[in-house]
Design a protein around this ligand. Structure first.
Ligand code: Q46
Ligand code: ZN
Ligand code: ZN
Length: 311
């Protein structure tokens, strides 16, 4: 297979674009495309301050690398979740993230949930009513809360996450199967700032996961190969596998599924009426973040409950 740009030996074949590229052209093509998506979806400008949520995985480190190469002002935020799982997942992912930042002369903010609130994610999950033995729901809530808090406190305009097409297509697939209109309406590459919450963007949402792996390897980015030990068996993994089976027989189906959804959403053809009654949003009495709950936001309520349980 030959590189479409130079005719040399191709190293990445993108069947969905009927295009193969050599390593050099591939690592140029990825930032060019990212720039195109940033502009197309009005994600942010070069004047704005971007906070990239970095986990030590390939996608978030690749995103940080790409934005830096493109000349954006992008700092990193690493959230220490206190997840061990036998591989010291959190320690290792923090080490790789910090190394990446140092090597590239970038600013990294690190927030350790246990130091900040007294509980690691697995402990919080055990003592709270959420999660049913799986910490992902507690973890997601804590991550969203902390990302918003740090972005607000440190004055960032926008929060960027490394979600790729496989992530987005799997979420879309799940929400479609359940016909979760609320979630479908909220799924987009850019969530505008609202009620004091920072704008959220996903600049990698049109890249396949395998492309992000290829990019990270080609750029020599050292990332954590192990998944979080709790990711195993998650429904999202099952949806990803199902979509991969479809993709094998119909190359490009994943991308088409996601892009057609965005088109339909854009042109108002989703057949979902927005709920006329918007929930009443007000600031949480403790942390000040917007919430529709009566007094405290879900995160602060969870911490209070943990404090009373552990006495
Ligand atoms: S980090 Fe947290 Fe994920 Fe691990 S506990 Fe679940 S949500 S799987 S992206
Ligand atoms: Zn080439
Ligand atoms: Zn709160």
């Amino acid at each position: 297979m030959k590189c479409k740009k130079c005719g040399g030996k191709a190293s990445v074949n993108m069947r969905q674009h009927r295009m193969a590229l050599c390593k050099e052209h591939f690592i140029e093509w990825i930032p060019e495309q990212t720039e195109r998506f940033i502009k197309k979806y009005n994600m942010f400008t070069r004047e704005e301050k971007v906070l990239v949520a970095v986990s030590g995985g390939k996608d978030s480190l690749a995103l940080w690398d790409i934005l830096t190469r493109l000349g954006y002002k992008a700092d990193g935020l690493y959230l220490g979740l206190g997840i061990d799982g036998g591989v010291n997942y959190s320690d290792e992912s923090h080490r790789l993230t910090a190394e990446f930042a140092e090597k590239n002369g970038l600013t990294l903010h690190t927030v350790n949930i246990e130091k900040e609130y007294g509980y690691s994610i697995p402990v919080l999950s055990d003592i709270s009513y959420r999660g049913h033995g799986k910490p992902c729901s507690v973890c997601g809530l804590a991550k969203r809360h902390e990302m918003n808090r740090i972005a607000r406190d440190l004055g960032y305009d926008v929060l960027a996450t490394g979600h790729n097409l496989d992530d987005e297509a799997a979420v879309l697939f799940g929400n479609t199967l359940q016909w979760s209109s609320d979630y479908l309406l909220r799924q987009r590459p850019v969530l505008p700032e609202k009620d004091g919450l920072a704008r959220k963007v996903k600049p990698l949402c049109r890249f396949y996961e395998r492309e992000m792996t290829a990019y990270s390897i080609a750029r020599g980015i050292e990332y954590i190969y192990d998944e979080c030990p709790f990711a195993d068996g998650a429904t999202q993994v099952f949806y990803k596998e199902t979509l991969n089976q479809l993709e094998n027989t119909r190359p490009g189906i994943k991308l088409t599924f996601y892009l057609r959804f965005l088109d339909a959403r854009q042109s108002g053809n989703l057949f979902i009426e927005k709920d006329a009654v918007q929930a009443h949003i007000h600031p949480c009495a403790k942390c000040g973040q917007p919430t529709s709950a009566p007094d405290l936001c879900s995160f602060c309520r969870m911490i209070e409950k943990a404090n009373t349980t552990t006495g």
